[in-house]
Design a protein around this ligand. Sequence first.
Ligand code: C2E
Ligand code: MG
Ligand code: MG
Length: 629
Amino acid sequence: MENIDSSAEHAAVLRTEAEKRSKATNAWIDRFEPDELTPMAVRQAFNELHVHQIELEMQNEELRRAQLELDMARARYFDLYDLAPVGYCTLNEQGLIMEANLTAATLLGVIRGVLAGQPISRFILKEDQDGYCQQRKQLFATGETQSLELRMVKKEGAVFWVQLQIAAAKDEGGAPVCRITLSDVTARKMLESELVIMAHVDTLTRTLNRPAFLEKASREIARARRTGMQCAVMFVDLDHFKSVNDTLGHSVGDELLKDTALGLAACIRETDMMARVGGDEFLILLNDLESGQGAQYIAERIREKFNAPRLIAGNDLFITASIGIAVYPHDGDSLEDLLKNADTAMYAAKESGRNMFRFFDLEMNKNAVTKMQVERDLRGALDKKEFVLFYQPVVNVADGRVRGFEALLRWFRTGGGLVFPDEFIPVAEETGLIVPIGAWVLDEACRFGKQLVDRGFIDLVISVNISVVQLRRKNLVDIIKSALDQNGLRPELLEIEVTESLCIESFDAAVEILKAISALGVLVSLDDFGTGYSSLVHLQKLPIKNLKIDRLFINEIAKESDENAMIPAIIDLTHKLKLGVVAEGVETGIQLEKLAANRCDYYQGYLFSKPLPADEVIPFMEAHNGKQG
Ligand code: C2E
Ligand code: MG
Ligand code: MG
């Protein structure tokens, strides 16, 4: 630039000098009156003119040379401008590109010609446009050159990082413009982020490393303190990992760790965090929990996930995990305490036989452990023939005759005595064990029903409770059909009881299955009415025969309360829908009287009989028939 400027200046000086001289010559001639122009004077004048002419030509030559130098310098300048490793462009006050060098065009992935008139912001990634606008404002406010790093987008869509400098300037006409330089810093940015990742991530599993986990986890705990939510620290340690390393080699061990990290990630939410903090040790932080129950749910998922063989580098490996859990704020107020307590709980899990989880808190532990033990024992219970059915009579309110029996499941657990359904049905449902158990119940109930028929009780209906989990399986209809066929029981002597919870999820699918069941001739009734969510709209769609009012309502019937008024209303409505009403849990004569007064059809409860073991049913019926006369 300097070169060009000085050449241009020089040429300008020469030009004015030449003009000055030409004017001087003319002035010199003009000096003379015509009579003064003697031959002598003319010759002298001519000589002087000649000298001037020579001088002028010399000056012209110099001017030409200066012009040439100027042109060359200008060409050199444009070469340098275009080939500079940084992109340059000039923007007008509206931010539109006025001109740009070749590098800028190449960076933006366009030919230079199309740039003029385009807003530069068109090439800036949307998320980074605010930053750019702020810097531009700042530039106009202070006049100081601004510098920032942002992401731009090439015409074909590729994103790249640039360092952008904006300086204020004036164009030839004095109007304010911006001069922008763009340097591609993508490579440096990538390196920087790679370094950040390396500093925070465990390179084998790509999970967080210990320092990064500690830093983030402390922040989460501080947040929980502010929001009043709970969070949990989970210590996960693989069982017998060392033996994999020792027998199959480190590369298989590494693959197992990678698989474990993936498995754990699949069990937690995206907002939770996980780190590998030692050979086979992982830490998990579960945030935004309502209670420790949430942690138990995740721990169950993890245990289930690793409680199956995994194919690792061609080996079928069965490697379970032991898990320790500490919940904030219950088990510690600081991350340090929570880590220590989760660690203690993890060792307790190892000591109790591995492949389980433990809460640091003993009370929470008791629930979790009980549940795990129930699950473990439940798995063997069918094979060990530990289930039996009890039968509770369902009685006609009007004449006291027994309509049939409800089959109620009991579990004679080895070493644990008699277990009632409320203690194990939820676990059986959660684990899916209810499906084989439920199939056994159906078969056993049909067998017993046929036995009653064979003993002369030809019209007693046997009711069997069906879980929603069973209803979700398409083969329930086949299972029922085969139980009837195998045992030779007439379908109208079997009734299935479904609860209102089927109305919550996939109601339409459940309706289809229930229709198929009732098409077999089997009766369907709705159990525990009043405790769920069913509306009359739902009821009308269901192919049901009877409605069983939950015993919570029956409890109220003899009291002077508002709920009192509900029973007559329910019975009335049910009758209008042409359904029978069964009252559950009738314990007193007063309750029965009120039910009778409200034309309830059937009842069931301790008042008439508790659920009976199978071998007491026939003697009970014989005695009862005797009483009925
Ligand atoms: P549910 O179907 O409503 O059965 C009635 C429950 O009330 C039975 O409890 C019965 O023993 C109890 N009960 C009957 N009369 C009275 C009474 O007068 N007072 C009181 N306080 N209770 C009475 P159980 O046998 O413990 O069964 C509880 C629940 O377990 C059943 O409620 C049913 O939902 C479920 N269940 C039972 N057996 C099975 C089964 O084989 N499969 C499935 N999926 N669930 C079952
Ligand atoms: Mg029932
Ligand atoms: Mg019930």
